[in-house]
Design a protein around this ligand. Structure first.
Ligand SMILES: C[S@@+](CC[C@H](N)C(=O)[O-])C[C@H]1O[C@@H](n2cnc3c(N)ncnc32)[C@H](O)[C@@H]1O
Length: 431
């Protein structure tokens, strides 16, 4: 046991202190607090521990609203006032840009904020049959452990789905294949929600009957997934309405399958797309390249404001979905191609397409390989949407120092409130 004064928040939401000159990460501690903590593990250059007692609490500390906070690994910032969470994320982003990329933006964008709870439209719930815990356990992974936290509720999930967790647990626990259902995926669109049950052995007719009945009673679409993501089949209704979300400002509707990637926070997604398009300063005749385009979430709104758009994406089922979305929205100036954007060589997917402006929205690995393949003339503006500040920082350095861009602006977006995930947007401009 030791005491420490916490100086800042780490990129994963832990308090950072110096104890006897050594950097120490303390779970549950906030900047400005004096705490007593227990060591979890000690390393050569840093130590890790967890809060035991608050000797002096931060004025920004709040009672975590969720009864599972502390155990469930889904959220790690509920003890910090929501408006301070986003400030802390901006500091994390600034720190990573400075330390990893040795860059800083000329201006900071106002943080993009939305509801602090009940925002999550997509989730993958783990399921496990644990007789010692009374049977079925459904929830997210516990912090630092591989066990599942058994959830009665989840305050960040859409309330309609969160309210069903106890009944969902009883449902799965009553199936003949209860111990062979490892996960349940949740997906909600504007008009309907779906549950996808992954099962490792065939479901019996009685299992199907129970699942159908659950779907019918709660007005939920029910899917079965016996193998990989492409094996999902609708159980109830037999021909469900497709899930979709609308982007009203651009008169776009995006249809998706329950297992497809979508931005999980609809409110922030709407604001994020609007901000990206504003920063690109489109006049209407530009050619836009949208890398890591998914189902066309940015591509189709961009197509409404630009001359031509090319979307590039690695998952061919998403590319097929994006093409279909373009067609259903009557959009003819957006094209999509499938390509692995982490390949460093081979054909460049956008060869022959003049790139006036560029939008990038990569996964955590960042976009270095794709950026290195940009050809002259380089795009005049680049909007980079990032879910991982460390790779954004690395790529920013390359854009600024090697390709000569001005780092015009950056800002954080509250895509995942109550968690330490930092979603951000950066703007690079060719001088
Ligand atoms: C953060 S998501 C963004 C999707 C989309 N822009 C949106 O807003 O919905 C990242 C996307 O990168 C795609 N991706 C992952 N690895 C890839 C790769 N190696 N090459 C191309 N795309 C990849 C994923 O399939 C996913 O659609």
């Amino acid at each position: 046991m030791a005491t420490a004064t916490v100086e800042s928040l780490s990129h994963d939401g832990r308090g950072v202190a110096r104890v006897d000159g050594k950097t120490t990460f303390i779970e549950g501690a906030l900047p400005g607090e004096r705490v007593r903590f227990r060591y979890f593990n000690q390393h050569r250059n840093y130590d890790c521990g967890g809060l035991v007692d608050l000797l002096e609490a931060s004025p920004n500390r709040v009672a975590p609203p969720c009864p599972h906070f502390g155990r469930c690994g889904g959220c790690d910032l509920q003890h910090l006032r929501p408006e301070m969470q986003i400030q802390a994320k901006q500091q994390v982003l600034a720190g990573q840009l400075a330390h990893i990329g040795k860059v800083q933006p000329e201006t900071w964008l106002e943080p993009v904020t939305g509801p602090a709870l009940g925002y999550r439209r997509r989730a993958r719930l783990g399921a496990r049959f644990v007789p010692e815990q009374g049977g079925m356990v459904i929830g997210f992974r516990e912090r630092r452990k591989s066990f599942l936290a058994n959830l009665d509720t989840c305050l960040v999930l859409e309330p309609k789905i969160a309210a069903l967790l106890p009944e969902l647990r009883a449902l799965v626990g009553g199936l003949s294949c209860a111990n062979r259902v490892p996960q349940i995926e949740v997906a909600s669109g504007d008009a309907a929600s779906a549950l996808v049950f992954r099962h490792l052995v065939p479901a019996t007719e009685r299992d199907r009957e129970c699942l159908r009945d659950f779907g019918q009673r709660h007005n939920l679409q029910i899917y079965l997934q016996p193998h990989g993501p492409d094996s999902i089949v609708a159980l109830w209704p037999e021909q469900p309405e497709e899930l979709y979300y609308r982007l009203p400002e651009f008169d776009v509707q995006i249809r998706f399958r329950p297992t497809d990637f979508i931005q999980i926070n609809h409110d922030i997604n709407i604001k994020m797309i609007a901000q990206a398009i504003r920063l690109l300063e489109l006049k209407g005749d530009e050619q836009v390249l949208d890398l890591f385009c998914g189902l066309g979430n940015f591509t189709l709104p961009l197509a409404r404001r630009a001359g031509r758009v090319l979307g590039v994406e690695g998952d061919e089922t998403l590319v097929a979905g994006a093409r279909r979305n373009a067609q259903l929205n009557g959009i003819t100036n957006a094209k999509f191609v499938t390509a692995d954007l982490y390949q460093e060589s081979g054909d460049t997917p956008w060869v022959g397409f003049r790139v006036d402006v560029l939008l990038l929205d990569p996964p955590r690995g960042g976009a270095m390989e794709a950026i290195k393949r940009l050809a002259q003339p380089l795009p005049s503006r680049i909007v980079y949407v990032s879910c991982y500040p460390a790779t954004l920082a690395r790529d920013s350095e390359y854009l600024v120092r090697v390709l000569g861009y001005r780092f015009a602006a950056a800002g954080v977006m509250d895509m995942f409130p109550q968690t330490s995930h930092v979603e951000s947007m950066a703007l690079f401009v060719k001088p």
